[in-house]
Ligand binder design. Structure first.
Ligand code: ADP
Ligand code: ZN
Ligand code: ZN
Length: 766
């Protein structure tokens, strides 16, 4: 008889262990390790799903009481066995439960058959369409006339702005059109025969960016400069000398190259060698930089041997990419952190671009950092791990310093004649003294006028969207809070010109109050400067300038991000106003001025990484100016012009910044020199949470473990769930892992003994 250990698909700590089931004879051949199966669970025999993690002929308890597996889940995907090992490792290092870890390593769980879908593209000009319409009208081909009118309409609206039938790159969704207009496939075919359109089946799923490569400069022919050649040669050599039995040959490589120095070009060249050797490559990109600019370049170099995964793909599209990887139909997978779990047969390299990006941290259970997981996977599979950044994270730079990473630099901008921009610092306190209350200091104002006149482009960067726009009373000082979350509501416009208040955590909305809810004063208003407000002030100060705004509001629509970028790069706007999003990896040769409106905002955040994040933002933002052959300017406006971070960023002095930052981290025992275990406790019951966190704290005292807290989290209440934190610092990660396991055991028992439910504990070690 066969028995299966099954992990139920349910994220409850108490149930985070395998349960044994009997396997009936008829299921025997259908089940293997990794299968998703249906099981009766608990006293009520509720039907659930679970993963088989072990098969054995030895039962580990009374067979007569053991239940049978009820069946397999149809069309489920069985993960490769190495992904199970990875899940166990993830559970161990992050302190998550096994079920969450299994889910994380399987970004695609089900086989989904996408129906055959039909797309078309218009392949002639407007004149030809109109001529065809005339002919059809003359001959009274009613159906063709209707279809052609729709096509002309789409054509005139160009890339389909606001047209729901037009997808990326001009693909027109015929199935959607047909729902609306009762069109027939026969008409479609006849228009194709006439040479007006081209029909595609499912191509978009095969490669979402198909067709783009035609319009690309061919980078395959670019000759590497000496610096780039040196980096590529050395890393390729390291790749070729990998010996999986000798871990020292697997030391990761950090490329520290200023923006525009050609890091991406280097990756492409190194990847070519890896692909030539018959192995596959995962290229990690921060989600936000995953625009078609990046994908275009890879597609141009590797054609349809490269695919991409991102959050905007449908389940069917994801499954398709997953399958292509598993079947060896592609060599390269580009994607955000979840692309780490691409099921390649023979992984040769993992590239992590913009390694410093905070989006590489997974904020849900399992709370992993992609850098650490990539390091582990690369080591396990004998692959080379290559990281790149213009502003390496302190952690990666520290590893390079202590010899855990190889270190390479690219110091020059690659494009002939492209030089680093001139950087101006504006002291906002001085501006105020001179009675300039506008958000534009004198220098920025002057340079914007200059660029508008020269028909060059400008980017205005605001440090943090969430920072501003909160509403408070000038008489009693009260801020207006969300009833569900303990954060202040932000002022917004609802798109119809009405002012509303909105919660950025739970989405709660309410009308803008006329008087203060507390003291009834009429003097309530917004403070700080949000993107909408900057947009408005740009319009007022520079009438006639065409302004685009990029923030979470304008990018939340499908492909909103790409569309704004495309518009700006086509020169359809003079000024782009935006948050963090605009500083990531885009190339706008005609943009020669970058204004950073309040550079020090993020310095005031209560986080040991505040300085690191500010430095990164300033350097990345400055890197956007003058990428082409025209010289650029950057204006940094700040209230703290003497802050070392701002001064180092302005002079692009990474070394001084790193030295002072690592010294501070050493003194304060912060990562990467030391490590921190963060224990986040969540519960809808405030009293219970407080007393529980005190209990954990007492437990730690009894064990003589030095801890900080319990303290209320930065945002204490989200969606009516309260949040408390405890921090423990330690020199060794392993020691913190042991402490964490101890807390886990202790709290499991404590919660059980006191019948406390709804308490969630999450751990994160950095
Ligand atoms: P990074 O990734 O470091 O920001 P990129 O690889 O995007 O740099 O390169 C910036 C621009 O310079 C790209 O348009 C690229 O095609 C171009 N480029 C890179 N290397 C060279 C070179 N050796 N010769 C000419 N152009 C180059
Ligand atoms: Zn008031
Ligand atoms: Zn809320």
């Amino acid at each position: 008889m066969l028995f299966a250990d099954v992990i139920p698909d349910i994220s409850v700590k108490a149930l985070d262990r395998p349960f044994q089931y009997k396997v009936s004879d008829e299921l025997k051949d259908k089940i293997s390790i990794g299968s998703l199966v249906k099981i009766p669970f608990g006293n009520s025999n509720r039907q659930m799903e679970g993963y088989v993690i072990n098969l054995t002929e030895e039962p580990n308890f009374d067979i007569s009481k053991m239940k049978y597996i009820s069946g397999t889940v149809e069309n489920s995907i069985t993960p490769m066995s190495r992904f199970f090992k990875l899940a166990v490792w993830l559970k161990h290092t992050t302190g998550s439960n096994l079920n969450d870890a299994i889910k994380a390593v399987m970004p695609v769980k089900m086989q989904i058959k996408e129906k055959n879908r039909t797309y078309l593209k218009i392949i002639v000009g407007g004149e030809e369409l109109k001529a065809a319409l005339e002919t059809a009208e003359k001959r009274k081909y009613v159906k063709q006339v209707e279809f052609l009118k729709i096509l002309i309409d789409i054509y005139e609206k160009k890339s389909g702005e606001g047209n729901p039938f037009v997808l990326d790159d001009g693909y027109i969704d015929f199935d959607a059109l047909r729902k609306r207009y009762l069109l027939e496939s026969a008409v479609l075919k006849s228009l194709e025969k006439k040479g007006l359109i081209k029909i595609y089946q499912n191509v978009i799923f095969r490669n979402p960016y198909d067709g783009l490569s035609e319009s690309l400069p061919n980078e395959n022919e670019i000759e590497l400069n000496d610096e780039q050649k040196n980096v590529c040669d050395k890393i390729t050599e390291l790749y070729k000398s990998i010996d999986i039995k000798n871990p020292s040959t697997l030391k990761p490589c950090l490329i520290h190259g200023i923006t525009g120095s050609g890091k991406t070009l280097c990756y492409i060249n190194i990847i070519k060698e890896v692909v030539k050797s018959g192995k596959q490559v995962i290229v990690l990109i921060p989600e936000i930089a995953l625009t078609f600019q990046t994908i275009k370049r890879f597609t141009a170099a590797f054609g349809d041997r490269c695919a991409c995964m991102h959050s905007r793909l449908s389940h069917g599209e994801r499954y398709d990419q997953y399958k292509r990887a598993k079947e060896g139909l592609i060599d390269i997978m580009i994607g955000p952190r979840s692309a780490l779990f691409t099921p390649f047969q023979n992984l040769g390299m993992i590239v992590m671009d913009e390694e410093h990006e905070s989006s590489y941290q997974n904020e849900y259970s399992p709370k992993y950092h992609a850098r650490k997981v990539a390091e582990y996977i690369a080591r396990e599979e004998g692959a080379l791990f290559v990281l790149g950044s213009a502003t390496p994270s302190i952690e990666a730079a520290y590893k390079a310093q202590i010899g855990e990473y190889h270190y390479f630099t690219l110091r020059e901008r690659a494009v002939n004649g492209a030089v680093l921009p001139t950087i101006w610092i504006t002291d906002l306190r001085e501006e105020l003294k001179r009675h300039n209350r506008s958000i534009f200091g004198a220098k920025l104002h002057e340079l914007i006028l200059d660029r508008l006149q020269k028909k060059e482009q400008v980017m205005l960067f605001i440090n943090r969207r969430g920072y501003s726009g909160f509403v408070s009373c000038r008489e009693c000082g009260e801020a207006i809070l969300c009833p569900n979350c303990s954060v202040s509501l932000k002022a917004h416009s609802d798109g119809r010109g009405n002012k509303i208040l909105k919660c950025h955590y739970c989405g709660y909305e309410t009308a803008f109050p006329k008087t203060c809810p507390k003291c009834n004063s009429k003097y309530i208003g917004t403070f700080g400067t949000g993107t909408q407000k900057v947009e408005k002030m740009v319009n007022e100060t520079f009438p006639g300038a065409r302004v685009l705004r990029m923030d979470r509001d304008t990018t939340s629509v499908k492909n909103g991000h790409d569309k704004i970028i495309e518009k700006f790069s086509k020169g359809e706007a003079d000024i782009l106003v935006g948050t963090q999003m605009i500083v990531k990896g885009h190339d706008f040769p005609n943009c020669t001025l970058v204004g950073i409106l309040a550079a020090d905002m993020s310095l005031n955040v209560n986080d040991y990484k505040a300085a690191e994040q500010t430095y990164e933002l300033l350097v990345q933002a400055s890197g956007r100016a003058g990428r082409g052959d025209k010289p650029g300017d950057v204006v940094i406006q700040t209230y703290q012009p003497d802050s070392p971070v701002i001064r180092c960023a302005a002079s692009n002095n990474y070394r001084d910044y790193y030295t002072s930052e690592i010294k501070r981290r050493k003194n304060l025992q912060y990562p990467p020199v030391s490590h921190i275990l963060e224990i986040l406790m969540l519960s809808p019951k405030e009293e219970e949470l407080k007393s529980f966190s005190d209990t954990v704290s007492e437990y730690l005292k009894r064990k003589s473990i030095l801890a900080l807290g319990p303290v209320e989290a930065d945002v204490y209440k989200i969606n009516n769930i309260f949040r408390m934190l405890i921090y423990i610092k330690g020199e060794k990660e392993e020691k913190l892992e042991r402490i964490r396991d101890g807390i886990q055991d202790f709290s499991k028992n404590y919660l059980k003994e006191n019948s406390i439910k709804n308490m969630v504990i999450q751990y994160k070690i950095t």
